[in-house]
Design a protein around this ligand. Structure first.
Ligand code: FES
Length: 106
């Protein structure tokens, strides 16, 4: 599926995210190197670091937050209404056209 990712410099990238590799959005950001190594996905996708925080800017209704994600975002910096941890969002067909912006590094 095609997703639009705005990096921390404000540049939008159109990337293809595979639905058949059990990947999440954080891994997509990493695979396209849209954030410097070591500044995203620090906890390896365990909802324990918030380095993968992003803002969902399209109208997609995503999977509900699990407790861990909700708790992590309650402690994170720069949190907004549309904040999610990108490691907690699996790539599915539904994400086609999704737009997200990476939160600033903390
Ligand atoms: Fe650590 Fe997502 S990679 S919370």
């Amino acid at each position: 599926v095609k997703v639009y990712i705005t990096d921390r410099e404000g540049v939008q990238h159109e990337v293809m995210a595979p639905t058949d590799m059990a990947m999440n959005l954080m891994e997509v950001v990493r695979s396209y190197e849209l954030a410097p190594e070591g500044t995203i996905g620090v906890c390896g996708g365990m909802a324990m670091c918030a380095s993968c925080q992003c803002y969902i800017t399209s109208d997609h209704q995503l999977n509900e937050m699990e407790y861990d994600e909700d708790a992590m975002l309650a402690e994170a910096f720069h949190v907004q209404e549309n904040s999610r941890l990108s490691c907690q969002i699996p790539i599915t067909e539904y994400l086609d056209g999704l737009k997200l912006t990476l939160a600033q590094e903390v």
